[in-house]
Every structure is written in structure tokens, then in C-alpha cells.
Design a protein around this ligand. Structure first.
Ligand code: SAH
Ligand code: MG
Length: 219
């Protein structure tokens, strides 16, 4: 089963209201989509843009760089006045992201790390790093292990945003009824959402925008 988590017409309507932040990013999005890279959806980008302006984070952590689109977007939304650390495990994507970040003139605000996120997160923590905003957008079945490391590097008032938490609607199906190959992913994501929504010191909203986004405020 592959559901659109929102009404198609509503999604089209919202996307019709989208304006790229600049022409270089419009070109970047087009190239990434053509290359089949799952960049943040337009409506997710709009939501992140608003959160950037409300929160004005100084230190951002991103898990899942891909080609660097979302990192460049957040940098531009904050007019470069931010430090973004972004982690990508795939070497080829990491190399391409390096080029793209330079081409978008975001090199000053973005540090790229090529490593598996859980390993990289432990090192960042050992280095005493703290973040006001964390964007988790990588392997869906590992969100809980990312979360467990990330929560050690946030403070009261930080926000953790996770993308793809509704997995094109597949998470609404009980895992045992889902296609075999998706079962573990579905089970893990459902457990992850239940976990973060049940935490006492965290206020989480699950928003049916794009591919599903959770927004968690650390109290
Ligand atoms: N945030 C990007 C899209 C990320 S796509 C954007 O919107 O522009 C997800 C990326 O996460 C992929 O490039 C994948 O290689 C990476 N990834 C998956 N698991 C990972 C892990 N354990 N550690 C680091 N990166 C990971
Ligand atoms: Mg995503």
C-alpha cells in the first residue's frame, strides 16, 4: 500500500504556493529530483523555513546530507548566520554535497562529515557539541538510535525535526499486515513515534505534511 498521506488536491494547492528561496536553489532542487534523490518536499521546506525564522538557531545538526540541498536551504533561510554540521555516510553523495555547498556559496556555514551517523554523533558529543535545531532525515529504521545520541546534545528550547515519519502512509498499516520487506521499517517507525510522543520532557507534534514530519520541542 502506498497512500498519499494528505489529500492530493490539497497538496497540489500548497505546492502551488511554494516559491524557491532563490534561482540557484530552484535549479539545485530540479537536479536532485531528476537524480532520484529524496530531497525535502516543497511543503516540508516551507515548514522548515518558518521554523528557522521563529527559532533563529545558531547551531544546527543534520543527519542525512544527501546532495546538500536541505543544508544549503537552512543556511540560506538564515542568511548564512548559522553553523550547520551535516552527516552523510555515502561517500559519493558526500563528495557531491561538498561541490554543491561550494557552488551555493554556503561553505562558510556548513561543515560536512562523511561517516555513519551513530558513530559521528558519539564523536560530536565527546567534543562537547550542543545544538538548538536537529534535522533527522536518514535511514528510517535507525531514528531511535539517532534520537538517543541527539538528545544528549540538545538543551531546553531546542527543536528536533524528523522527516519521513509517516513513510508515504505505510505506517498506518499494522506491521503484520504490511509487505514483508517493509515490516521492520514500519514497526520501528511506529515504535519511534510512540516513544517520542510519550516522553515527558518533550512536546511532539506529528504533522501530515510532505512525507510526515515530527516536530519535538525540548522542555
Ligand atoms: N536531507 C536531504 C535528503 C537526505 S536523503 C535533503 O533534503 O536534501 C537520506 C540520506 O541519508 C541519504 O543520502 C543516505 O545515504 C543518508 N543516510 C542513511 N543512513 C545514514 C546513516 N546511518 N548515517 C549517515 N547518513 C545516512
Ligand atoms: Mg526526507
Amino acid at each position: 500500500m502506498d497512500l498519499n498521506i494528505t489529500n492530493e488536491a490539497v497538496t497540489d494547492h500548497i505546492r502551488g504556493l511554494y516559491t524557491p528561496i532563490d534561482s540557484d536553489m530552484a535549479e539545485f532542487r530540479k537536479e536532485a529530483v531528476e537524480a532520484g534523490v529524496p530531497v525535502i518536499m516543497e511543503e516540508t521546506e516551507m515548514l522548515i523555513n518558518t521554523i528557522m525564522i521563529i527559532l533563529r538557531p545558531h547551531n544546527i545538526l543534520e543527519i542525512g546530507t544527501a546532495l546538500g540541498y536541505s543544508a544549503c536551504f537552512m543556511s540560506k533561510a538564515l542568511e548564512g548566520d548559522v553553523k550547520i554540521t551535516t552527516i552523510e555516510k555515502n561517500y559519493e553523495s558526500f563528495m557531491k554535497a561538498n561541490d554543491n555547498v561550494a557552488q551555493q556559496k554556503c561553505s562558510e556555514s556548513i561543515d560536512l562529515i562523511c561517516d555513519d551517523a551513530v558513530h559521528a554523533l558519539k564523536q560530536l558529543r565527546d567534543g562537547g557539541r550542543m545544538y538548538d535545531f536537529v534535522f533527522i532525515d536518514a535511514a528510517k529504521s535507525h531514528y531511535r538510535s539517532f534520537w538517543d545520541e541527539v538528545v544528549k546534545m540538545v538543551h531546553r528550547g531546542s527543536v528536533i525535526l524528523c522527516d519521513n515519519v509517516l513513510m508515504r502512509g505505510t505506517t498506518v498499516i499494522p506491521p503484520e499486515e504490511a509487505e514483508h520487506k517493509h515490516r521492520t521499517n514500519i514497526r520501528n517507525m511506529r515504535e519511534f513515534l510512540e516513544y517520542i510522543c510519550g516522553l515527558e520532557n518533550v512536546q511532539t507534534s506529528v504533522v501530515a505534511a510532505g512525507d510526515g514530519v515530527s516536530i519535538s520541542y525540548i522542555k
